[in-house]
Design a protein around this ligand. Structure first.
Ligand code: MN
Length: 245
């Protein structure tokens, strides 16, 4: 039995009947993001693969601590912020909260962003070998950056040059342009406080907790290794959804 199935079985045994619907769902990586988040976008979802799946590019211990401690704590603190600031998690959209984040507390900003960014990040990765962008996304990347290699260079620079903790992004603006950016802390391109706003298609966590156990101070090595595990099929689905709106 694969570790993915083990994870799902453990999850089902914990959730009982409520988990039965999930048992019949296709793998999370095959879902479009809206369907995935519809399960309960304010709560941490089961990791769609085992901790060791992304080895050797991301080691199992980093994944275990990242998912089980860091990301879990963003979800927990988000629940507290929602309670305190009267966000009804059963009838609200996390994206809508992000888009009006300037009207909420710093705790909401850090944890709504932290939760969204991590749920998003897990979905964007898959076991090596990585797929490659194709179709409309590949064309848009070529058009915006000249070539896929140029795009990777721009994205890598954004990730490398983000001072301190934050994220690098590929996003699509509301005019439909593809842009590379980076944000500090747990900010995100959906946020009304972001310098460059749009729908995030791809994001790379460059907090030290994401890479330090394996790569120590060598952030560029982590960035280069990460290209081996990008799930481009998911990025394409996000792009198709974003430009259809
Ligand atoms: Mn992180």
């Amino acid at each position: 039995m694969s570790s993915l199935h083990q994870n799902r079985r453990q999850f089902l045994s914990k959730t009982g009947k409520a988990g039965i619907a999930l048992a019949t769902m296709p793998l999370i990586s095959k879902l479009v993001p809206e369907q995935y988040f519809a399960v309960s976008e304010f709560k941490q979802q089961p990791l769609p693969y085992s901790y060791a799946t992304l080895e050797p590019y991301i080691d199992a211990m980093t994944m275990e601590i990242h998912y089980g401690k860091h990301a879990a704590s963003y979800a927990k603190n988000l629940a507290e912020a929602c309670e305190a600031e009267k966000v009804d998690i059963n009838n609200s959209s996390l994206t809508a909260v992000l888009k009006s984040i300037s009207t909420y507390s710093t705790k909401m900003r850090n944890n709504a962003g932290g939760h969204y960014n991590h749920e998003f990040f897990w979905q964007l990765m898959q076991p090596s070998p990585s797929t490659a962008p194709t179709g409309a996304l590949a064309e848009a990347i070529d058009k915006s950056f000249g070539s896929f290699a140029n795009f990777q260079k721009a994205f890598g620079e954004a990730a490398k040059n983000r001072f301190g903790s934050g994220w690098a992004w590929l996003l699509v603006t509301k005019e439909g342009r593809l842009v590379v950016s980076s944000t500090p802390n747990q900010d995100n391109p959906f946020m009304d406080v972001a310098e460059i706003q749009g729908t995030p298609l791809l994001g790379l966590d460059v907090w030290e907790h994401a890479y330090y156990l394996k790569y120590q101070n060598k952030r560029p090595d982590y960035i280069n290794a990460w290209w081996n595990i990008v799930n481009w099929e998911m990025v394409q689905k996000r792009y198709a959804t974003a430009i259809s709106k």
